[in-house]
Design a protein around this ligand. Sequence first.
Ligand SMILES: NC(=O)c1ccc[n+]([C@@H]2O[C@H](COP(=O)([O-])OP(=O)(O)OC[C@H]3O[C@@H](n4cnc5c(N)ncnc54)[C@H](O)[C@@H]3O)[C@@H](O)[C@H]2O)c1
Length: 290
Amino acid sequence: MMRDLADRVAVITGGAGGVGRALADRCGREGMHIVLADVFAGPLDDAVSELQSCGVDAIGVVADVSDYDDVTRLADAAYDRFGAVHLLCNNAGVGAGARGRIWEHTLNDWGWGLSVNLWGVIHGIKAFVPRMLAGGDDGHVVNTSSGNGGIAPLASTAVYATSKAAVTTVSEVLYAQLRAAGARIGVSVLFPGPKVLKTGLLTSAQHRPQRWADATPAAAPTTIDEVEDRLRAAGVEPDYTPVADVADEAVAGIRAGRFWILPASERTDDRIRARAASMLARAAPDYMEA
Ligand SMILES: NC(=O)c1ccc[n+]([C@@H]2O[C@H](COP(=O)([O-])OP(=O)(O)OC[C@H]3O[C@@H](n4cnc5c(N)ncnc54)[C@H](O)[C@@H]3O)[C@@H](O)[C@H]2O)c1
């Protein structure tokens, strides 16, 4: 269990904004050295400068987590600069492919969403965990999932929910195997929330890379105002969890060696029970929300 974070090294992907940035602030306040990675150089530079101006020992590495060469370069940069990695936060993610019907999604919808949200985590594990094990120190891996898919899917977000279900599974297996190997590396799966977060995730389709271009773009929102209008039109009043609260939960969970970093929420618990009840009853999956 990694109780003492001071002077340890944290690598955080998708660290230029949102949850990743909040994790970096929080880990920096704990006295950790920070390696921040993001696909966007400008926001990454700004984040690293702000961390440094608060006295945090931080570097930034431009890296696309969907590209294994980039992630190995990230690992090399972290080990070259700090000689060790103790905390790996596989956090980068995109709110990909909320197109509606699963059979109308393009293969590029699947490619983009899974390459970042799932392969990004796989790449992080492959590039870092062997080196963390070889280092022999205690350590921790935090993979960011979502209640959407990680617990039960929202029926309207096929790609995202599928990717996050897989992130939860990858994390469970990683936990079990590290434990069976007697490793000193803990694992957590982080569920940011319980409410949505006012971050770039909700509008990330506007930055969809050319590689996964969309010939028939879905009408994805480009601003938070548009997101809120849609929520209200669906009868949901926007209500946000601050990203700083997510980072606090994450650090508390790492310290406690908790696998499920899943904030208390009646609504979440109801969804867990409804899904489990449906399976136990061999019933239809009518628990799903749109
Ligand atoms: N926002 C929510 O309500 C919510 C809820 C549950 C889970 N999550 C998860 O939290 C994580 C962080 O999301 P967020 O809400 O902070 O969104 P965000 O868009 O604010 O932050 C994600 C960061 O990842 C970066 N990124 C995107 N593609 C990348 C790539 N290929 N390689 C490296 N970096 C990349 C973005 O530039 C951005 O800085 C994601 O995994 C997301 O799925 C978010």
